[in-house]
Design a protein. Structure first.
Length: 265
């Protein structure tokens, strides 16, 4: 059960329960908007604990015993095989160093595309790297704009992968660079090396390092954060993260895992 983000959504939820007349209802009493749940847990709009822990707290309230707090995602052999075949068709070898890039997601959480372009330009100075751009079908044009001019070292996979295949691809990457999206949380759950470009969303609630402490996050605390807006003209929280800063951190991660210690400017 997700947060009840407004009084209107609380009214709608209560009306739905009146129609279906469940024997028992359970959910999050967000900011006191949902006292009608039979079993409820308290929750703040911006969150005082991680999203995972809200779910576990509700499960505990329902009587479940919490023995394990890990978040896992199982990658099937079939998904791995399909990704291996896809990369083979693109003439990508097992020995190639792969870097994933995810420039899409909700508009408010997107690092500027021009910054991604500068980041890619910096990282591409090392000719051993091959870049794989992910996204949904609607983001395919965005991905094309990012890799325009980079030829065979960058592959546009937006709209071509199932969720399982995306996970298998992430596991092939030495580093996965992403906005604050579902992909970020998937990378964290898979325990792959990731670099997250995090904007003004509630950090305590959505910090991917809770799932993978070895992950890396770039975040600038600004006066208007945390923010749950749907649109923002300034996006200052993201613009304060510079391409130079992101490139430096990405190179540090690649060097640390022993894949790419030389060749950067």
């Amino acid at each position: 059960m997700l947060s009840i983000s407004s009084s209107l959504s609380a009214v709608k939820k209560r009306a739905l329960f009146a129609i279906i007349n469940p024997k028992l209802s359970a959910g999050r009493n967000t900011q006191g908007r949902a006292p009608f749940f039979d079993i409820k847990i308290s929750e703040e709009d911006y969150g005082s604990i991680h999203e995972r822990d809200y779910d576990l707290e509700l499960a505990g309230a329902l009587g479940a015993t919490i023995n394990d707090r890990e978040v896992r995602f199982a990658v099937t052999g079939l998904d791995t095989k399909r990704v291996d075949e896809l990369l083979k068709r693109a003439k990508i070898k097992d020995s190639d160093i792969l870097v994933g890039l995810h420039p899409g997601g909700e508009y408010l959480r997107r690092w500027p595309l021009k910054n991604y372009c500068l980041l890619l330009k910096s990282l591409s100075l090392d000719q051993r790297l091959i870049f794989l751009v992910t996204g949904n079908l609607r983001e395919r044009r965005l991905a094309s704009r990012l890799i325009n001019g980079f030829g065979k070292i960058a592959l546009n996979l937006a709209g071509e992968l199932s969720l399982g295949e995306l996970a298998a691809l992430m596991r092939r990457c030495s580093l996965y660079i992403t906005n604050d999206t579902g992909n970020m949380h998937l990378a964290a759950a898979l325990k792959v090396n990731f670099l997250a470009l995090f904007g003004g969303a509630p950090l305590k609630r959505f910090d991917p390092r809770v799932l993978n402490p070895n992950g890396c996050l770039l975040y600038k605390k600004v006066s208007c954060a945390p923010c749950i807006k749907k649109f923002c003209y300034s996006k200052i929280c993201l613009k304060l993260i510079t391409p130079e800063e992101a490139a430096k951190k990405a190179k540090e991660i690649l060097a640390k895992i022993g894949k790419n210690a030389q060749g950067y400017l």
